[in-house]
Design a protein. Structure first.
Length: 290
């Protein structure tokens, strides 16, 4: 609304855009692609990206989408910045005008966001990097002022990049440790499988092909059959066979306990980054998180 004490120019402030994406990095770009694929018109979304080269790149990749350096008034704001940039970015967006916030900034609690934007609905989300391929899993949690309708809308946005589950915010550190960081655990296993294949004399190319397809096939078996991982493992493990020999080594070295300790370490670190209390575990002291 214009200031009545100011001379009239015959123009009014532009209507708020439907969606403002704060941050044009990989996840911001992934959500932009998902929104456009889901039917959001390119004229209804604006991306805020401070880096000039990245602005040019996004503009070329998405004709019709405005990519700007500073926020504009918006109904919904998607926060896709680095955690350390959230406060500044939200201050600027709030000054421009906003009605609702969906944040994927890791470790930033809804209370911290609400302290900046005031009594508007805030939904916090924890996606993972397979969202870049539309194969992610995202957990969402409401802030103090978010309703079921706000969660429904957030879920609709995030379903464009994968599956969505709803949790209490108190569980988001655990979600971060399991699914947020989880792809890295799978990649670490793949790295060591490939190295072991090389130690057995397989060529680098063959080892790489075997490991990639094995991980993909195993993931599809879990996803598409819906069977319990323990049952799938048992189906491959013949008594006295090769798989049984390998599983026995894993168990002898405490593989299960190590996985639990690693995940607890990640959850504790997530709590530290978010300023929350560290999750507790009966598994003893966990290794230091990253």
């Amino acid at each position: 609304m214009s200031d009545p004490s100011s001379p009239s120019t015959g123009t009014s402030a532009p209507d708020p855009v439907e969606v403002l994406v704060l941050g044009g990095g990989r996840m911001g770009a992934a959500l932009l692609v998902g929104l456009l694929a889901g039917g959001l018109g390119s004229d209804r979304v604006v991306v805020v990206e401070r880096d000039g080269a990245r602005r040019a790149e996004l503009g070329a990749a998405h004709p019709g989408v405005r990519v700007v350096a500073e926020p504009v008034a918006a109904r919904d704001v998607l926060v896709c910045t680095k955690p350390g940039d959230v406060t500044t970015a939200l201050h600027d967006a709030a000054d421009a005008g906003l009605a609702r916030v969906l944040s994927i900034a890791a470790g930033v609690p809804t209370a911290s966001i609400e302290a900046v934007v005031g009594a508007v609905p805030v939904v916090r989300a924890m996606p993972n990097t397979p969202a870049l391929l539309g194969a992610g899993i995202t957990a969402i949690a409401p802030g103090r002022h978010a309703t079921d309708a706000d969660l429904d809308d957030a879920e609709a946005v995030l379903r464009s990049v994968g599956q969505v589950v709803r949790v209490d915010e108190a569980h988001l550190d655990a979600v971060t440790a399991v699914s947020g960081s989880g792809p890295a655990y799978v990649y670490l296993l793949a790295e060591h499988l490939r190295a072991a294949a090389g130690a057995l004399g397989l060529s680098v190319g063959l080892a790489d092909t075997l490991v990639r397809q094995t991980v993909l096939g195993a993931a599809r078996m879990m996803s598409e059959t819906g069977e319990d991982p323990a049952d799938l493992r048992a189906a491959v493990t013949s008594p006295g066979g090769t798989t049984a020999a390998a599983i026995a080594e894993f168990e002898r070295e405490g593989f299960g306990a190590l996985v639990e300790q690693a995940v607890v370490a990640a959850a504790r670190r997530a709590a530290e980054l978010g300023g929350g209390a560290s999750p507790e575990s009966d598994g003893g002291d966990a290794p230091r998180g990253r």
